[in-house]
Design a protein around this ligand. Structure first.
Ligand code: FES
Length: 510
């Protein structure tokens, strides 16, 4: 059954960002010195700033846009060690000890968040919940059994169940008790407040463009000022300093979707995620006026690739309509995540030779715990001069597994395919498009993207991505130009919405 268009929110809008006012900060307009500069104002950057400033470090944090407006503002905000199917895979590629450390690191992050919420009495809807990884697909029952065996090997408390509290068809599920969820931005707004009290300086609308080395590294920002520091932490999701360490060849960007609705039914508690594709992820939260909001997510795909983007939202609306008796669909939004070659995050020095520049990225959609533990690991590396018991698990220079080599070939063949395909594909006729629609045309020999806004005005951009030259594609669900190679996204007027690109698309005249 198709959900009628009039019942669907017209524009994307994250509930988390609607529900709270985040403080604003100035743009950096001078060259400054500090001990640590952090690039990126999401959960990773802010947690790192918190941990370091608690230890008396002088910290500056910059963000290219507004704090928390990136992936952290668009997450499902589950705080759990149950990261889909992962532990059996880690055991196969790295061994039981590494899988156990991955689990312990994420469990430590869960306890950090829990303790911080208690310590500052943060009103952020923090709820302890059971997490369920379920399948309704016969082919996945064995995978779930292998994951269960991995849970046993690493000592992760769980139960194998055949039914869920939630009314959806299921053949088996792994239940992990005592996990949690929260309103991520209410939690992080308090951390920002604590950071400010600890002397952290925040700057917004300040884009890191490059790093230069004199005696100390300096981050060069878009207005050519510098932040000279002893340590640089890149927590900007996609590392802006990406060609060191060849990060464009080691990760891909994946986009997924969330809808928020009220229901005629009472939410039975719990957080759920399917083991099979297309992924279905379900949790709930209470709004300020006590209304229960069901969050239904999933439909991940490589950025800028695959079917029309709105089809992904439609699949979630239909799924919710089929199973959860919706009263009203209130919000829809999407998030972008990075996935590494071996599916473990990269947290630590960006390359072996640059041990005072750190990155934290590739959280595979599990950023609440991975982002928090990244903050702890990097702050430990700085404060204790290189010591943290998890550092080798997450090290960006860790051993390369056979699986990683296979994925390296797969990711980069895909990038090469899109680089060539994008250059060859365009419509040659003049744009004949309706309001709020876009198309690709050839304009004076250039592949150009044309969008007609609601006032009939045409916006024309050169579709060559300013990162490494692939051709962007139209995303009609978010009204952005998305790059299929490394996931940069641009508004219809050409401005960078999401990196790694730092420069806007070229605006063309008709
Ligand atoms: Fe790398 Fe576009 S994001 S080429």
């Amino acid at each position: 059954m198709i959900v009628p268009t009039e019942n669907i929110p017209r524009y994307p809008d994250s509930y988390w960002l609607k529900d709270i006012k985040i403080p604003s900060f100035n743009t950096l307009d001078e060259t400054i010195k500090t001990e640590v500069v952090i690039v990126g104002g999401g959960i990773t950057g802010i947690s790192t700033a918190y941990f370091l400033s608690q230890q008396g470090k002088k910290v500056v944090l910059i963000d290219a846009g507004k704090l928390l407006a990136g992936t952290t503002g668009h997450t499902t905000a589950k705080i759990t060690v149950q990261h889909s199917l992962i532990y059996d895979e880690i055991i196969n590629h790295f061994g039981v000890e590494e899988a156990k450390l991955y689990y312990e690191a994420n469990n430590e992050a869960l306890q950090f968040i829990r303790n911080i919420v208690t310590k500052y009495d943060i009103d952020c809807n923090f709820e302890t919940e059971d997490a369920y990884l379920f399948t309704n697909d016969d082919d996945y029952i064995e995978k779930l059994q292998l994951e269960q065996k991995a849970y046993e090997q690493i000592g992760l408390k769980h139960e194998l169940v055949k039914e869920l509290p939630l009314n959806i068809p299921v053949k088996a599920a792994l239940k992990v008790p005592n996990q949690a969820n929260f309103h991520p931005l209410k939690y992080l707004a308090t951390l920002i407040e604590k950071c400010v009290e600890n002397g952290v300086s925040f700057y917004e609308n300040t884009t890191a463009m490059d790093i230069e080395y004199m005696k100390h590294p300096a981050v060069i920002v878009n207005n050519d000022h510098r932040i000279i520091a002893e340590h640089v932490i890149i927590a900007s999701h996609y590392p802006f300093y990406d060609l060191k360490g060849l990060y464009p060849t080691r990760m891909y960007a994946d986009r997924s979707y969330i809808i928020a609705m009220t229901s005629e039914e009472k939410y039975p508690g719990g957080m759920y995620i399917s083991a099979e594709n297309p992924v279905r992820s379900i949790r709930s939260t209470k709004t300020a006026n006590g209304e229960e909001l069901w969050l239904v997510g999933g439909e991940g795909h490589k950025v800028g690739q695959g079917k029309p983007m709105f089809d992904h939202y439609n699949a979630l609306f239909q799924y919710a309509d089929l199973h959860f008796n919706p009263k009203q669909f209130l919000y829809r939004w999407s998030a972008q995540d990075l996935i590494t070659l071996d599916h473990l995050p990269y947290i630590g020095p960006i390359t072996k030779s640059e041990d005072n520049i750190y990155i934290a990225t590739g959280f595979r959609k599990w950023g609440m715990t991975n982002g928090t533990i990244a903050g702890k690991i990097i702050s430990d590396l700085i404060i204790t001069d290189g010591e943290n018991k998890y550092k080798h698990v997450f090290s960006p220079s860790r051993k390369v597994t056979k699986e990683a080599v296979k994925n390296f070939v797969k990711y980069n063949t895909d990038v090469a395919k899109h680089l060539i395909k994008g250059k060859m594909e365009y419509q040659t006729t003049k744009a004949d498009i309706k309001k709020e629609e876009a198309t690709i045309v050839r304009l004076r020999g250039i592949r150009a993207g044309v969008y007609r806004d609601e006032t009939d005005k045409l916006h024309i951009v050169n579709t060559t991505c300013t990162h490494l030259g692939c051709e962007v594609n139209w995303n009609e669900a978010e009204k952005t130009w998305d790059c299929p190679c490394h996931g940069s996204r641009f508004s219809y007027t050409g401005e960078v919405v999401e990196g790694p690109a730092k420069e806007n698309l070229e605006v063309l005249e008709e």
